[in-house]
Design a protein around this ligand. Sequence first.
Ligand code: PNW
Length: 482
Amino acid sequence: MFSIVKILLFITGSCLAFNNKTFPENFKFGVSTSAYQIEGGWNEDGKGVSVWDYITHYKSSFILDHSNGDVACDSYHKLDEDIAMLKHLGVDFYRFSISWSRIIPTGRVNQGVNLAGVNYYRNLLKKLKENNIDAMVTIFHFDPPEQLQAESMFVNGSLNSLFVDYARMAFLLFGKDVKYWVTFNEPRGVCCDFLERFSLQPGRDSYTCTHNIIKCHAQVYRMYDEEFRADYGGSVGIVLNTNWDEPASDKQADIDAAERKLQFEFAWYADPIIHGDYPELMKKRIKQFTLPFMPDRLPKFTEDEKKYIKGTADFLGVNHYASSYVSDKPDFGLFRTFEKDVGILMTYDPAWNTTSLDWFRVTPFGMRKILNWVHKNYKIPLIITENGYVDGTGDLNDDGRINYLQSYLSNVLDAMYIDKVDVIGYSTWSLMDNWEWTSGYTQKFGLYYVNFSSPNTERIPKKSVSYYKKVVESHCVVDECE
Ligand code: PNW
């Protein structure tokens, strides 16, 4: 009975008309990509080896189709085509990332800067400017130079100063042409997904890695403030990803579990950066699972650090794709991992549509809910830096993608106009099909199809190109807005 009611609610909910309000005139629309996923040119013109070059070449069994980004969309050689697509879409901004090892091959600024790599980004920025497209540049999108692996991915802290040097170089070289800077993309992915799997002290390494990344982010923000903001006037933020987590039942334990997941996954980063310290809930919970004679697993910020870190974001970037149900999953074992500290079980409603990726669900209501949750906690301008639809085919008739964009954007409008959430921009993932990390080329998020089996890697517009172009132009997600 309960599930019939749920299905009925779902059907009526999804049949409700889309929001016919117009996005404000100054609202910005964009498309997103990242360096390793599109550039190719992996060893050209003096580029150094990145961790993903290394993984794909030496540990290709981690990649579903054993593929790599050696060529990917070949964007390193196809600047003009990429620009033509952006121009056709009419976007206000383009979110892309810099490959650290392309501009600083060993990762260490004092060992040399690669001019050819610098010129690639300079050209890109120049052409964006000529076409009136603002740049949103991610400094770190998962691909540090392989030579820095010895620095153990932020766990021992020695990567911090190298990253700050790299960021300063990026500001010096490109700052005058960049309106929005993102220090890190989805740092939780770096500290949990990757480290948890390979580290000796699972839970503890993730907390230390995050601690260092937060300090590093703050240092880069302060450096921009002191050395560059007066001249270049850009903004600096960070990009965090999150599902919407719906309690699986109305039991208090499940309601608490859903909130706990958001606290551990999102507030873990956002609280220090916006409010100056880790969430109380996290501190208490981790302590509760640490015996008195064991070392603290969650590091502490000093009072000076709290002051220094607090307020180091001009905007928050939110990557959001899908929702999940969350229930409490108590686990009192002594050997703690991050996952056990969170202590939840994630499930999906069978009524939620999915496509080709295990975590992907079409749950537009979650967009409105997560925007409300973030706004309630942080009251800071939000940019949706990623949101998009995946399939395994790259179908040109991508009605599924059009429906996804329309229903999610409609919920963005609800959050803005009904709930008064401060959203200033939206960027869809992705401009074109690209190399989807451990899924290789099997998963396609693009507005443009890319023919990866042809030496010319032709790009072909999917049906969603005309829909998104219309939204960007009219600021309206339905045929006609009020
Ligand atoms: C983001 N999840 O990663 C990344 O920023 C992109 O590089 C990536 O291509 C895109 O989303 C699509 O996956 C995510 O499991 C990876 O929920 C995994 C998840 C979410 C985002």
